[in-house]
Structures are given as structure tokens and as C-alpha cells.
Design a protein. Structure first.
Length: 208
């Protein structure tokens, strides 16, 4: 079964592949946008992560005739009233400029004390079939923000984010960008959201 992943981010594609493999799901060929028939990508103008994920997944399924998985995710910072939120990828004004986005968030939190630096990564993953069946799964990963980036793994705001699990007694206090891929899959917002789609994907693969 071909399953379109509405992204060209190779790390997201690999993450879903690892989650499916860990769950023992076979018979699924993940297809990135670059490898799919060309279509006009929709404007992500939803007010929530779930709305944006559905917009992308509906467009992919309609254009290709394949089931489509899409996600929208970002950082919710307590001291910023839940922002950047759905604007996370373009918070600094340029889409996908991780360094600029991180720098802006750090500047906005420059005078925020440690006890008010709470934040969470939030993800919504949508699965839409060509016949219009829709499934949405959401994941939330609470933690706090550092005062400067730490770590080389991951992407986006990972170097600023210390998961709650790493703040537990005896934990190392690592940032998300210092975790292994396997550790991040097991804990992350996107991993949790994608895991909620595994059963549905497995059923579709078995029936195809």
C-alpha cells in the first residue's frame, strides 16, 4: 500500500517508518511529496494544528488517490500565551529558518525567570483516505525552555527544549536535541501522535 506523507522532511518520513517497523506493520510504502505526482500544495490557514494537518492530508489524498498522512506541529510557550503555536515554523518571518526562530523565542524570553519557562511541543497527525475517511491523533510533550541551544540532533526548537522526563530526579537534563532517535520516538509529541494512527494504517495495509 502506498501511503503519501505530505512532507519533504526526510526526518519526519524516517520517524514514521521507524514507528511502523517497531509496531510490526508491513506492506506500507511511504511516499514523500517529492516522489509523488505534482499537485498544488494547499494554504495552511487553519487556526489549530488539527485543522492544518487535515488541510494537507485532504489535499494529498484527493490529488494522488492514495491515503495521506500529514502533520502540523509546533511549540506552545506558556509565557507567550501558547505562541508560537501554528506559527512556529515561520515565527521569525521566514518559513523554516530554525536558527532565527530559536533566536527570536530566546529574545522574547530573555527576562522570563526559570519557573515561568514552561512549554510543550504539540502535534496533530491526520490520516485521510481517497474515500474521505479521516482520523486525527494528537500528542503533547511538556517540558521547559533553556536559555541557549544545546545539542545537534533533531530540528526546529529541539535544542531549546528540555522534556519533563529529563527534569525528573536522577535524569540528565538533556535537551530534545541530545536524545537519540529512538528515545525521541518514544517520548515526542509527533511520535505520540503518529503512534495513534498505527492501528488504522495497519488495518488499511492488511485490507489493500
Amino acid at each position: 500500500m502506498k501511503l503519501l506523507v505530505a512532507s519533504n522532511n526526510s526526518k519526519k518520513l524516517a520517524e514514521l517508518q521507524r514507528i511502523l517497523a517497531a509496531a510490526g506493520v508491513a506492506g506500507v510504502e511511504l511516499v514523500a511529496l517529492n516522489d509523488a505526482p505534482r499537485y498544488e500544495e494547499p494554504v495552511e490557514d487553519g487556526a489549530t494544528f488539527a485543522e492544518n494537518a487535515l488541510i494537507k492530508a485532504r489535499a494529498g489524498a484527493a490529488a494522488t488517490g492514495w491515503p495521506c498522512v500529514a502533520d502540523d506541529s509546533g511549540l506552545s510557550v506558556d509565557a507567550l500565551g501558547g505562541m508560537p503555536g501554528v506559527l512556529s515554523a515561520r515565527w521569525s518571518g521566514t518559513h523554516g529558518d530554525d536558527a532565527a526562530n530559536n533566536a527570536l523565542v530566546l529574545a522574547q524570553l530573555a527576562d522570563v525567570p526559570e519557573h515561568r519557562r514552561g512549554a510543550a511541543f504539540v502535534s496533530a497527525c491526520a490520516l485521510v483516505t481517497p474515500t474521505g475517511e479521516e482520523t486525527v491523533s494528537e500528542g503533547r510533550w511538556p517540558g521547559r525552555l533553556l536559555h541557549s541551544p544545546v545539542g545537534e540532533n533533531g530540528f526546529g526548537y529541539d535544542p531549546l527544549f528540555v522534556p519533563a522526563e529529563e527534569d525528573a530526579p536522577g535524569a540528565a537534563g538533556r535537551s530534545s536535541a541530545q536524545l537519540s532517535r529512538e528515545e525521541k520516538d518514544a517520548l515526542s509529541h509527533r511520535g505520540r501522535a503518529l503512534a495513534g494512527l498505527v492501528t488504522t494504517i495497519a488495518q488499511m495495509a492488511a485490507e489493500s
